[in-house]
Design a protein around this ligand. Structure first.
Ligand code: KIV
Length: 260
């Protein structure tokens, strides 16, 4: 998978599939099934480390999981999350992004908009592909007052749209939209030329991502409304992944029931 190919997917209306992975075996399975992008998410703080949020995930954790996931990936685009407090200024952002890229990531993702302008700029200047992340930002769960849908009122919807346009102008290649009303995500997806990847953001995003543990029904924490357990009907893990890919590509997932 290449950045050009992702853009072509958007232009021809083919939906992009993404799942999170934290180890080589799952990454290999997702890759062989044909998932377009694999994200080493800092959601590993929840699903691997058992914490209630992602704030304790360290750079060392992300480097370790990115390194082992990379061993399982041949075709998919491999994205690594930058953890909490690892991109507080542009120099730190560049150094940590370079560490992730050297270990096997092909793109780095971090949360936030205009407040990180200098970080986006330095990565663009150094040719490091970036995935943005707007809407619900789990690393800001305390400031956001919990895991809540973002962009419900006009002012916050406009701020998310303005940040999305800014990120595109700063060279961001892909944009994750988490927990925003489907109508807002559709509007953003229409206005951007880069692909949007939704999670709880409706079917009109250019692609979808889910935390793999969630879509396989392995949860110890509250399951958000946007999650679908694909294992129940599929019966085995490989069939569940195939079903996820089919349903995203054919726009059967997410339904209104999984959207806001
Ligand atoms: O950390 C993660 O898994 C993520 C996805 C939920 C988009 O950021």
């Amino acid at each position: 998978m290449t950045l050009d190919k992702l853009k072509t997917f958007k232009q021809r209306g083919e939906k992009i599939t993404c799942l999170t992975a934290y180890d080589a075996s799952f990454a290999k399975l997702f890759d062989e099934c044909g998932v377009d992008m694999i994200l080493v998410g800092d959601s590993l703080g929840n699903v691997i480390q058992g914490d209630k949020n992602t704030l304790n995930v360290s750079m060392e954790d992300m480097l370790y999981h990115t390194k082992i996931v990379a061993k399982g990936v041949q075709k998919a685009l491999l994205i690594a999350d930058m953890p909490y407090q690892s991109y507080t200024n542009s120099e730190q952002t560049l150094e940590n992004a370079q560490r992730l890229m050297r270990i096997g990531a092909q793109m780095v993702k971090f949360e936030g908009g205009s407040e990180h302008k200098a970080s986006f700029e330095i990565l663009q200047a150094n040719n490091i592909p970036v995935c943005g992340h707007l809407g619900l930002q789990p690393q800001s769960v305390i400031e956001m007052g919990g895991y809540k849908v973002q962009g419900r009122d006009d002012a916050s919807a406009e701020k998310i749209l303005a940040d999305a346009l800014l990120l595109e102008s700063l060279g961001v290649s892909v944009l994750v939209l988490e927990c925003v009303p489907a109508q807002l995500a559709a509007k953003i997806s229409q206005q951007l030329s880069i692909p949007t990847i939704g999670i709880g953001a409706g079917v009109d995003c250019d692609g979808q991502v889910l935390v793999s543990y969630d879509m396989l029904g392995v949860n110890t924490q509250t399951v958000p409304k946007f999650v679908k357990n694909f294992l129940i009907d599929a019966g085995d893990v490989k069939s569940a992944i195939d079903a996820y890919i089919d349903e995203v590509k054919s726009q059967q997932f997410p339904t209104d029931q999984h959207s806001y």
